[in-house]
Design a protein around this ligand. Structure first.
Ligand SMILES: Nc1ncnc2c1ncn2[C@@H]1O[C@H](COP(=O)(O)OP(=O)(O)O)[C@@H](O)[C@H]1O
Ligand SMILES: [Mg+2]
Length: 422
């Protein structure tokens, strides 16, 4: 007899809104996991994880933390050979809008409880460093007699250390305690959101010399480490051999996500082979799309007492996702690009349908598709789609070649039904 799952089990079988944390839900990615493991073992190497939006960077970063703290479930599952159990003191920090510079970042790392703060106060040497710097931390925050202190009043005294030196000294004091055998691992997610990270590369360089047991793992949307750090000079040595650029997931890996979701509800509801294929195809390598569409397909099936999901159910789900704006950001971008023009919609969709493996779109091909929709002045609409007014979702690479800046958006365009029927 089948056990009826709870609504909560159904709602959490897929998780589009959350990175994967537990190894049993983490699909595929053997190569990336192995690379990260080796980077954790290697002395001195920092780690970087880069790739597109929604491709799985944060999920991988979570696994890096698990491996660094000695959990080897995922390594075993993927059959990755290991030597000793890793023992890092590991912490995770995601940059928000408030982190605008590398100084901001170092301050945040020192002052948030999830990172260094709670350790610092147990270690006298580190505490002294921080207290010396303290006024600076309180800029604009501490109210004196109800009034905000001005920046001038609370500026640090001459002779006090700058934040990178404070950080280095604190890190050294912590490292000397040998709280963990292999050192300290600091994962900084959404590093790309730091508007001006200049100076961070040279900070890492000097940290590597002064306190070699501290390892950073930088995570963010970028093609490579130079783009992530917004540095022109080579940063390769800082990340020697330990940059993981997450590729699109393979169809097998995406299928694994569906099977894991089914398993979590004891196969009470399943995706038939065609539905599985449809879901995997429309995702175009993005695990996020599998989770998003999978979640609503499952919810719908549960509500309508369907136990086998078909390809047709998937199509209906995608339609309802668009209609109700289940992903308001992606849907909003679609609306912005299309606005009130059926022709521009045709051209946008034609471009998305002709993305080559390298991500490029050859307009000659795309225009043919648009012509089928009776749009014979496609170039005019392409001219609009590159502008900010229509979201600038595409950009010109060279004569007659364009690309979508965000492959996740392109996948959404391909999956979504037309707004204006032909
Ligand atoms: N290896 C994986 N196995 C299963 N689901 C994954 C995997 N990697 C990512 N996901 C899912 O894909 C979505 C995007 O993942 P996330 O790690 O947040 O990506 P990013 O940080 O690159 O934007 C989330 O719903 C997450 O649960
Ligand atoms: Mg992320």
């Amino acid at each position: 007899m089948k056990i009826i799952p709870t609504i909560s089990k159904i709602e959490n079988a897929f998780q589009p809104a959350k990175e994967i944390d537990t190894p049993d839900r983490f699909a595929g990615r053997r190569q990336a996991v192995q690379d990260c493991y080796l980077a954790l073992v290697a002395h001195g190497a920092n780690i970087a994880i880069v790739g597109n939006r929604g491709i799985g960077k944060s999920s991988l970063a979570r696994q890096v933390i698990r491996m660094a703290t000695g959990e080897d479930e995922l390594l075993k599952k993927l059959n990755i050979p290991t030597s000793e159990r890793l023992d890092y003191m590991a912490m995770y920090f995601a940059c928000g809008d408030a982190v605008k510079t590398s100084e901001d970042l170092l301050e945040r790392l020192l002052t948030s409880s999830a990172c260094l703060k709670d350790w610092i106060y147990d270690i006298p040497k580190a505490k002294v460093e921080i207290e010396g710097y303290k006024p600076k931390f309180d800029v604009g925050v501490i109210a004196l007699g109800g009034e905000k202190r001005t920046e001038v009043e609370s500026q640090k005294a001459v002779g006090q250390h700058s934040i990178d030196i404070v950080f280095t000294n604190v890190a050294r004091a912590l490292a000397e305690q040998r709280l963990a055998k292999h050192g300290i691992l600091i994962v900084v997610d959404e590093f790309d959101r730091i508007a001006n990270p200049s100076g961070f590369a040279s900070f890492l360089k000097s940290l590597a010399t002064n306190v070699p047991t501290v390892k950073f793992c930088l995570v963010g949307v970028a093609q490579d480490i130079k783009e992530l750090m917004k540095e022109h000079e080579s940063t390769d040595r800082l990340f020697a051999g330990s940059i993981t650029r997450l590729p699109a997931m393979t169809d097998d890996e995406l299928t694994e996500i569906i099977r894991a979701a089914e398993k979590s509800i004891h196969n009470f509801i399943t995706f038939d082979p065609n539905a599985t294929k449809r879901l995997v195809t429309l995702a175009q390598g993005h695990p996020y799309m599998v989770h998003l569409v999978g979640k609503f397909a499952l919810r719908n099936a549960f509500q309508n007492q369907i136990t086998i999901i078909t390809a047709e159910n998937i199509d209906l789900t995608v339609k309802s996702i668009a209609e109700r704006g289940a992903d308001p950001v992606l849907e909003g971008r679609y609306q912005k690009a299309v606005a009130s023009s059926p022709q521009r919609e045709s051209v946008l969709r034609a471009l998305a349908s002709k993305i080559a493996r390298d991500g490029e779109v050859w307009t000659t091909e795309a225009y043919k598709v648009a012509l089928d929709d009776n749009v014979d002045n496609s170039s005019q609409y392409v001219g609009q789609l590159v502008t900010a007014e229509y979201g600038a979702e595409i950009e010109k690479i060279r004569e007659r070649y364009y690309r979508f800046k965000d492959s996740l958006f392109a996948a959404y365009v391909n999956a979504r039904p037309r707004q204006y029927p032909k």
